[in-house]
Every structure is written in C-alpha cells, then in structure tokens.
Design a protein around this ligand. Structure first.
Ligand code: HEM
Length: 234
C-alpha cells in the first residue's frame, strides 16, 4: 500500500497536472496562512481514506449479497425500484428507499465497524451509574447495540422494512456519532446503495451454501470464507 501510494503521489507531484480527484484537492489545500500539506501528510490522508473507505463498504456489500441471496423476493423489489430509478446517478438514491433499507438493515446486523473506541478525558458517571475513570479506554459496540432486544423488534431477524418506519436513530450507529462521525458516510451510501441497485437490476443471486457464514471480527466484521453466491442474468 505504501509503495503504491508513494508512486501515485510522486507521479502527480512531478507532473503537476491534476485530474480533478481527491488527491488533487489534498495537494492544492492551504490553511489560513497559505501552508499546504507535506507529502507525508498527504500520504497519511490517502492511506486513511483507502483503509477506512474500502473494506468497510466491501464488507457491508458482502453481507448484503448473502442476505439477498436468501431473499429472492427482496431482490425483485430492488430490481423494480432500480428500474424506475434508471438512469442512475447520485440523486437516484432518494428514489430507491427499499434498496437503502436493505443496506441499512445489513449494517444493523453486521456493522462493518463493529467496535468504536474512545479515551475518556475526565472521570464521569454514566446515567446507568457506571463510573468511568479519567484516561480509560472505552469500547462502544455498534454490533451489540444494533442487536439489543429492548430496542429492536425481532432483533436477530433480517427485516429491511423496519428502516421504512420510524426507528430509534440513536441506537443505529454504523458510522459512529458526534464530531468524529464517518466523513465518508454519504459517499458510502452512494457506493453501497447504487451497487446493490445496479447489480440486482442485471442479476439474480442465489446462495452457494446453506447457512450464513460466521462473522469474523477483524478490523471490519467479515463473513468467514467470503460471500460465495451464484449470479445469473435476469
Ligand atoms: C459502510 C461503509 C463505512 C462504515 C460502516 C464506516 C464507519 C466509520 C466509523 C464508525 C467511523 C468513526 C470511527 C470513530 O468514531 O472512532 C468512521 C470514520 C471515518 N471514515 Fe468511515 N465508514 C464507511 C465508509 C467510509 C468511506 C467510503 C470513507 C472514505 C471515502 C470513510 C472514511 C472515514 C474517515 C476518514 C474517518 C475518520 C473521520 C474522523 O475521524 O474525523 N469511511 N467510519
């Protein structure tokens, strides 16, 4: 990754001609004093974006295909929505609410970022009377919150329709919350929802194994052994 990023960056800096992408924006960025980013800082931003932006969406989509393969009726619903939303663009997302609900429901059950960590600045006591010392490592698990039976009806069931009705927004945090909310969230919806709509428009997906694979909690939560499904043209 380092070698690839270094090569792209040095070529772009040498050529000095932009193609209008994010790397150009980083190279052109200046703070209030007119100071730009160093090559090391640009490299760090690029690596962060690749790491934060690639496997997260890939893992959400892998689980989504595994669910859809087991729900042909949902594939039909997505295909119908995506036909009506054609030609696709960023704006199509508003026209495919069920497809978006499938993406959300997948991230409810398998939030790619299954833990989020914080370091407490000061000591505090939570409303549930748990004391937190200063400097403690706090681990917040979207995975557990998203499956909490007091919050979600039939919490373990894959039911995208729940996202078409009012739901507990504070209990759905696949992209985190607060000032460090995922900066790529809107882009992730564009990628994820459009990919589901466009591929379901073209293919029928069937499972290649009986049960769902077990969840492998690495940096993201991935299906163990991948997501083997069979595609047939629609
Ligand atoms: C389904 C896809 C994605 C999920 C589930 C996801 C999840 C998250 C979460 C939970 C955080 C917050 C971590 C924290 O609070 O400590 C985060 C931060 C971040 N995400 Fe994403 N992300 C996704 C896609 C993307 C994409 C596509 C990009 C970039 C193109 C991206 C770039 C980032 C960056 C740069 C941060 C750090 C932001 C900051 O600290 O200010 N993510 N992401």
């Amino acid at each position: 990754l380092d070698i690839a990023v270094a090569r792209i960056l040095s070529e772009r800096l040498r050529e000095g001609r932009g193609v209008g992408d994010m790397l150009d924006l980083l190279i052109a960025a200046r703070d209030d004093d007119g100071v730009g980013l160093t090559p090391q800082e640009i490299r760090d931003e690029i690596v962060t974006f690749i790491v934060a932006g690639h496997e997260t969406v890939a893992s959400a989509l892998a689980w989504a295909w595994l669910f859809l393969a087991r729900h042909p009726e949902m594939q039909d619903q997505i295909a119908e929505e995506s036909r009506a939303a054609h030609p696709w663009s960023r704006a199509s997302i508003a026209r495919v609410p069920f497809t978006r609900a499938v993406f959300d429901e997948t991230m409810r059950l398998y939030p790619p970022a299954w833990v989020i960590t914080r370091r407490s600045r000061d000591a505090d006591v939570l409303p549930c009377e748990i004391s937190i010392p200063a400097g403690a490592l706090l681990i917040i698990s979207p995975y557990l919150l998203h499956r909490h039976p007091d919050i979600w009806v039939d919490a373990e069931e894959f039911r995208p329709g729940r996202f078409l009705e009012p739901f507990e927004r504070d209990a759905f945090i696949p992209f985190g919350a607060g000032p460090r909310l995922c900066i790529g969230r809107d882009f992730a919806y564009v990628e994820g929802v459009l990919m589901l709509a466009m591929l379901t428009h073209r293919f029928r997906v069937t499972p290649m194994s009986e049960g769902m694979p077990w969840a492998d909690p690495q940096v993201t939560i991935r299906p163990h052994g991948g997501a083997p499904v069979r595609l047939a043209p629609r």
